[in-house]
Design a protein around this ligand. Sequence first.
Ligand SMILES: [Zn+2]
Ligand SMILES: [Zn+2]
Length: 181
Amino acid sequence: MESSHPHPRAHLDLIPLGNLDPLAVSIIGAHLQAVLGLHTQIRPVRVKPDYAYMAVRNQFDASKIIKALSTENDGAPLKLAVLQSDLSIPILTYVFGESQMGGKAAVVSLHRLFDIDRQVIYLRAAKISVHEVGHLLGLEHCWQAGCLMHFSKQLEQLDRLALGFCESCAYEIARRLAPLL
Ligand SMILES: [Zn+2]
Ligand SMILES: [Zn+2]
């Protein structure tokens, strides 16, 4: 059956929200492509999501951004938003990223990934992005040390993770990606 999808090859739309380093966005896209095999399309920069701003905390509410993105019917079936500003959900003090488990939309922030060495920031950004897209594909946190689906609250934990999956997560990812590719 012919698809009427406007971007038939794109599996994931990568959506910058507000000003951020365009190289970070390109590197995230390249890793989603290389590690997961997802055809990723970088979409035009959008304005910051005012509707999700929590003024008291000077943070953006990740769940509101995800909810808004998941109601969009155009573009690719999966959507990952990236922003420079700090991200949280009401019950936590911050999150690196947040994802709709097995859903359509996820969001990551570069805010807490800072390092003097920009290469370190890019690697961290790639890791949290592939991790959140792993959740989008339905994967839960993994107990295997070093696996990218392992939960990390601190940068030191994130830095210890590989930019790849343990054998069982890799198997699950391939299984869940098969119908998409
Ligand atoms: Zn996670
Ligand atoms: Zn794993």
